[in-house]
Design a protein around this ligand. Structure first.
Ligand code: GDP
Ligand code: GDP
Length: 467
């Protein structure tokens, strides 16, 4: 799990400038999804060898009626409740304000690790540095004179932030080692070790983690309750899994499923959160450790922008996705209406065209079991390993039936295809011009893989040169 690090502070202190600077260290894995990842408030970055998600809490549109103090308070609440560490940004040129002091006292009580960034200290001059000193009075410990604009002091501040994070667990260290090895193999275009003798039993035993995400009031808790009513099992200890109070365990067709209800994250807290921003942060957090995301939307109130944003997070994080159109009981029993809705939704969410869509009523229980069935199916696809001989047959079939595009001065030649990872399925293609593969052809190859292996989950493709 990547720890969440929140940036908080008054407007104009330089939060987004700092955010953009930190974003330079982002882990670039996937292409931006047009329209979804614009104006983003979070990035996965790497500092000091540690992967983290940074969140610009100021980037969430605050309620218009809110006073400045109220806005900053809400950001701080979000940070304290959902995040693992906080960067509290202040304007050292403007000096300490009462809003700073108020937020600081809230942060102090939370007990969360905090660093104070005394920003806009663009030179090393002593008089400027002296400005930083007064922020020690906030009683939050470390104060870092920085210039977000010029990057001064940011490195050593981040070193301290990483130092304050909970250490990696032995499982995480092991997973990191494995990921690094897989990455190396992918570099060499080799297939995954032991891909032939897939440890099927071990995979079957491990619980499937499902995150229930969606805007407030779409019916997440109702759905979870409907599923639990029939399928709940007395919690048995699954070794090596951490369990949160908001997780519930159930059994479906002999498979162990752990549901994370992100609405529960919100309910558990004392503050009534009315804003969408909480669903984004909760979704980010829950998806980090899930195999499958179940995205609920409200059929009576489709909010395509926010729903698309959540779907975009699932795609970016490479998680399997089930799209659920809930409250269908309030719409119609007309089959044609459903088909029209489905087509429109597919169009709006083109970038997750592989994800199945279900129409449910969590209230009456209609089609809720279908959601579970799909989640389990997709979890298996998510960890699927394609047999290498079949991959090579597919490659041959493609060569014979689809002319290779011209890249530069000649045709693209794919020599070899291997699956180099799972969760999501990741394929490496060794070819003559890895940088020039046209997007159209990438999509074509991806679709062929989907069709051949019935994969309705995200797929990653890596193009490599012959070593
Ligand atoms: P936010 O509202 O907290 O996100 O603040 P912004 O990042 O939008 O910055 C507010 C203003 O402060 C902008 O005009 C920035 O250019 C300026 N600013 C941000 N960081 C620095 C800095 O390190 N030095 C100086 N001199 N100005 C800065
Ligand atoms: P959450 O915030 O996403 O967890 O949403 P809730 O589960 O709390 O549901 C919000 C409201 O929608 C409640 O009043 C539910 O009774 C209602 N609701 C949830 N699912 C359905 C449904 O399928 N049909 C109808 N008619 N109402 C629903």
């Amino acid at each position: 799990m990547k720890p969440l690090v929140a940036i908080v502070g008054r407007p104009n202190v330089g939060k987004s400038t700092l955010f953009n600077r930190l974003a330079r260290r982002r882990i670039a894995l996937v292409e931006d999804i047009p329209g979804v990842t614009r104006d983003r408030q979070y990035w996965d970055v790497e500092y000091e060898g540690r992967e983290l998600t940074i969140i610009d809490t100021g980037g969430f549109v605050p309620g218009e009626k809110d006073s400045l103090l109220q806005q900053v308070r809400e950001q701080a609440q979000l940070a304290v409740e959902e995040c693992d560490a906080i960067i509290f940004v202040t304007d050292a040129r403007a000096g300490l304000t009462s809003a700073d002091q108020e937020v600081a006292s809230y942060l102090r009580q939370s007990g969360k690790p905090v660093v104070v960034a005394a920003n806009k200290l663009d030179s090393e001059s002593q008089s400027l540095q002296a400005h930083a000193a007064e922020f020690f009075r906030l009683g939050l410990g470390d104060v870092f004179p920085i210039s977000a604009e010029h990057g001064l002091g940011v490195g050593s501040m981040m070193e301290t932030v990483v130092g304050k994070l909970p250490p990696l667990s032995p499982e995480e260290l092991e997973a990191r080692k494995k990921a690094a090895e897989a990455e190396e193999r992918a570099e060499r275009g080799e297939e995954e070790e032991g891909a032939e003798e897939a440890p099927a039993e071990e995979e079957e035993e491990r619980p499937i983690r499902v995150a229930i995400i969606g805007r407030p009031n779409v019916g997440k808790s109702t759905l979870v309750n409907a599923l639990l009513k029939e399928k709940r099992v007395v919690a048995s200890e699954v070794p090596g899994t951490t369990r949160d109070p908001i997780d519930s365990e159930l059994k479906y067709k002999d498979r162990q499923v752990i549901l994370t209800d992100t609405a529960g994250i919100r309910r558990k807290k004392t503050i009534a959160h009315r804003l969408e921003k909480f669903s984004v942060v909760a979704a980010l957090k829950a998806m980090e450790r899930s195999d499958v995301a179940v995205l609920l939307m409200d059929a009576t109130e489709p909010a395509v922008d926010q729903d698309a944003k959540l779907a975009g997070i699932a795609e970016e994080k490479g998680r399997a996705l089930v799209i659920v159109v809930n409250k269908w009981d309030l719409i119609s029993t007309d089959q044609r209406k459903q088909e029209i809705f489905r087509e429109e939704l597919k169009h709006a969410l083109k970038f997750v065209g592989y994800a199945p869509i279900v129409f449910t009523s969590a209230l009456t229980g209609s089609k809720v079991e279908k959601v579970l069935e799909l989640a389990v199916e997709l979890a298996d696809q998510f960890r699927y390993r394609a047999p290498t001989p079949q991959l090579n047959r597919l490659l041959k079939h493609i060569e014979e039936n689809h002319p290779a595009p011209i890249v530069g001065r000649g045709p693209l030649r794919v020599y070899y295809m291997a699956q180099v990872g799972t969760a999501p399925p990741t394929f490496a293609l060794t070819c003559n011009r890895p940088d020039g593969v046209p997007d159209m052809y990438k999509r074509y190859l991806t679709n062929q893989l989907r069709k051949t292996f019935d994969l309705r989950v995200p797929i990653r493709m890596l193009f490599r040169e012959r070593p």
